[in-house]
Write a protein that binds this ligand. Structure first.
Ligand code: KG4
Ligand code: ZN
Length: 342
């Protein structure tokens, strides 16, 4: 087994995407994702259907990734997989497959925390793009989590703020549903925002303690506002889709950035990163760059394919675990919730 430049095959199956990546040292040789259209008509991810689709997708995606990376199975030094957090049935598919493959190839397995993966996606080699320097602050915003993470080292992180209720992605998706967009609506709010006025409508921002977040009040505020306006004008949503999208997006971004600025000031850290599905949002990306220029931050924004769930981020995390000899054994099990530590 080469200690210097390990080749790692990683499987990510925490939610509704089956993803497989192959990493050599810090370079991604393949990062393939099979999405699951089946959930769209239900307006959200149906766990039973997700596990079944993972079962169908996993072998073809692994085969395609190995082919794309142009590696032989015998060249792989370790198999990594997402242990949690996520949907248990979905995680079990990836975990079981990783365990079997490691037995068949007689190589170690590495059990990765999905949330570490989002943060460490910043360390994938990407066309010479600069990587954050420790310590840095990472705002991780996804469909299931909203966290401000103090990153002291690759595997040494502390959550210093988190949502008390809905995640930022959920706030986007629930607001999008009220506007009549298909699931997941976050990207559609983003798209419609581009032609809308972010100041057309004002929504109340929550008061929360510390560096935490709350989005459930915003959801109720938007619902009440839409109901009231529709009493006067039944076509209100249709006529104002872009302005509503832009105003909602602006409010969510404002809530996120206000806390991020407080953390940066209080901790005296100017290395600021974003991660997770919502970091694909153009409003958030633009605002981070603007605030970075204004406050003298070095900002780090992952490329789109490393924002939403992907196995490349699991592979890079596994690489740092590989170097520390942090391997799992065959008794490892998938976990819907796991502590934020190694
Ligand atoms: O990280 P991710 O792919 O999966 C989880 O681990 O949750 O995040 C998915 C979330 C969804 O809520 C989706 O609507 C949101 O990320 N999202 C966006 C955008 N792209 C994805 N939200 C706003 N604007 C986007 N462009
Ligand atoms: Zn995620």
């Amino acid at each position: 087994m080469s200690q210097k430049e390990p080749i790692i095959l990683a499987i990510e199956s925490s939610c509704d995407d089956t993803s497989v990546a192959i990493l050599k040292n810090e370079t991604i040789l393949a990062n393939l994702i099979a999405g699951q259209e089946v959930h769209r008509v239900y307006g959200g991810v149906v766990p039973e259907l997700a596990s079944r689709a993972h079962l169908q997708n996993i072998v073809p995606v692994i085969e395609a990734a190995v082919q794309k990376a142009d590696v032989a199975l015998g060249d792989i030094d370790a198999i990594a997989f997402t242990k949690g957090p996520g949907l248990l049935g979905s995680l079990i598919v990836g975990t079981s497959f990783a365990k079997s493959l490691s037995l068949a190839l007689d190589i170690p397995i590495i059990d990765v925390n999905h949330m570490f993966g989002h943060v460490l996606a910043h360390f994938i080699d990407d066309d010479g793009k600069s990587k954050p320097k420790f310590p840095f602050i990472c705002l991780t915003v996804s469909g299931g989590h909203t966290q401000i993470v103090l990153v002291r080292d690759y595997l040494e992180m502390e959550i210093i703020g988190a949502t008390k209720d809905d995640a930022a992605g959920e706030a986007f998706d629930k607001a999008a549903k009220m506007l009549g967009f298909e699931y997941p609506g976050g990207p559609l709010i983003d798209k419609h925002s581009k032609s809308g006025n972010p100041f057309a409508f004002g929504f109340t921002k929550p008061r929360v303690d510390g560096y935490n977040f709350s989005f459930s009040g915003l959801k109720t505020g938007i619902m009440n506002f839409l109901n009231k306006e529709q009493l006067h004008d039944p076509n209100f949503i249709e006529e104002n889709k872009s302005d509503l999208s832009a105003s909602i997006q602006h409010t969510i971004v404002e809530i996120l950035m206000t806390q991020l600025k407080r953390v940066s000031d209080d901790y005296g850290i100017q290395e600021i990163a974003i991660a997770g599905g919502v970091s694909a949002n153009s409003g958030l990306r633009n605002r981070l760059v603007e605030d970075g220029n204004k406050f003298g931050w070095n900002v780090y924004i992952p490329r789109f394919e490393y924002c939403t769930d992907n196995a490349a981020m699991i592979a890079i995390t596994a690489k740092f675990m590989f170097e520390k000899g942090l391997f799992a054994d065959q008794s490892v099990t998938a976990r819907a919730r796991i502590p934020f530590t190694y």
